[in-house]
Ligand binder design. Structure first.
Ligand code: HEC
Ligand code: HEC
Length: 258
């Protein structure tokens, strides 16, 4: 399979070969910036991040990045690490040169600083008893289920599959195997601690009726969610579906001979 890096390498190679054989061809004009020379945050963000994290850091398919609670909680260094190295086995790509990404270390730095400067609020966590960024243990799924009942079920349903007639903005199941396969434990902890302000998902402090979650409660509820991952996500085929599929395939197979 072609990775974007390979595709880019191929394009660059053919371009440089082309130059060598076209004597009259003008060189790069000074105003034509190569991608690795851009240091403008808005351009870098739009080109590399907005497709997944949304224009201006919100309303994309992946988590909002313009959330001041997230930015203050995770901090510059952790965010720089994620942007440089990506999230292994998940959809978040690595952008840093050391991990085969397409940006220079300076550009990664430009993006992280730009996020902090444009979307961050330095003092937003001052005086707050916020859970640790990294979990201190693997967590206890049984405890986590109880935490879920107390802190989450009112919006997400007792089983996490949503509530009939519940808040209209809660859209789907958060225990769906396909959803849990797409998000890491890190990503779940991020959502639970930092919330999703534009969608009214509260941060660890809960909604008006809730009480703040402790570090341990966050860790346990993540453990409960993760315990529902299945080894083969996406195979949500029931036995009845299977029989139907086999019936549909059978005539084709027999036509093709043995
Ligand atoms: C006041 C209502 C409310 C409470 C309480 C609440 N959530 Fe949410 N949550 C939302 C809304 C609204 C969304 C965004 C819409 C959606 O994804 O369904 C959301 C989104 C999420 C998502 C991301 C889903 C996605 O599509 O990316 C996760 C994971 C999640 N919540 C977990 C929890 C957990 C765990 C708790 C308890 C610790 C909790 N929520 C408490 C309302 C709530
Ligand atoms: C192809 C989609 C995609 C692109 C492009 C992308 N991201 Fe992500 N990003 C994700 C997903 C999905 C996650 C959650 C990964 C997980 O499960 O932990 C994520 C996670 C993150 C996180 C960790 C916070 C969190 O959401 O839990 C940061 C920070 C981040 N991305 C920054 C960026 C920046 C900055 C860029 C552009 C340089 C970028 N991302 C480009 C999909 C993407």
């Amino acid at each position: 399979m072609k990775t974007p890096a390979k595709i880019l390498a191929a394009v660059l190679l053919s371009a440089s070969v082309g130059c060598n054989h076209l004597p009259g061809k003008p060189g790069l004009r000074p105003e034509t910036q190569r991608p690795d020379q851009t240091h403008d945050f808005a351009t870098l963000y739009k080109t590399n991040c907005s497709a997944c994290h949304g224009d201006n850091g919100k309303n994309g398919p992946a988590l909002p990045l313009n959330n001041p609670v997230y930015l203050a909680w995770a901090g510059h260094d952790a965010i720089q690490g994620i942007v440089s190295n990506g999230v292994p086995h998940r959809l978040m790509p690595a952008f840093g040169p050391g991990a085969g990404g397409l940006l220079t270390a300076e550009q990664v730095e430009d993006i992280v600083n730009g996020m902090m400067k444009n979307w961050g609020k330095k003092d937003v966590l001052n005086g707050q008893n916020v859970p640790a960024y990294n979990p201190g243990s693997a967590g206890d799924p049984t405890q986590g289920q109880a935490v879920f009942q107390r802190n989450c079920a009112s919006c997400h349903g007792a089983d996490g599959k949503g509530v009939a007639g519940g808040p209209p903005h809660v859209t789907g199941s958060i225990v769906d195997p396909s959803y849990l396969a797409l998000i890491s434990s890190r990503g779940l902890r991020d959502i639970i601690v930092a919330g999703i302000p534009e969608q009214k998902m509260p941060d660890w402090r809960g909604d008006a009726s809730g009480k703040p979650m402790t570090d341990r409660e966050v860790t346990d509820v993540v453990a409960w969610l993760v315990s529902q991952r299945t080894p083969h996500p996406g195979t949500m085929v029931t036995p009845a579906d299977k029989r139907k599929n086999q019936a549909a395939i059978a005539p084709v197979q027999s036509r093709g001979g043995r």
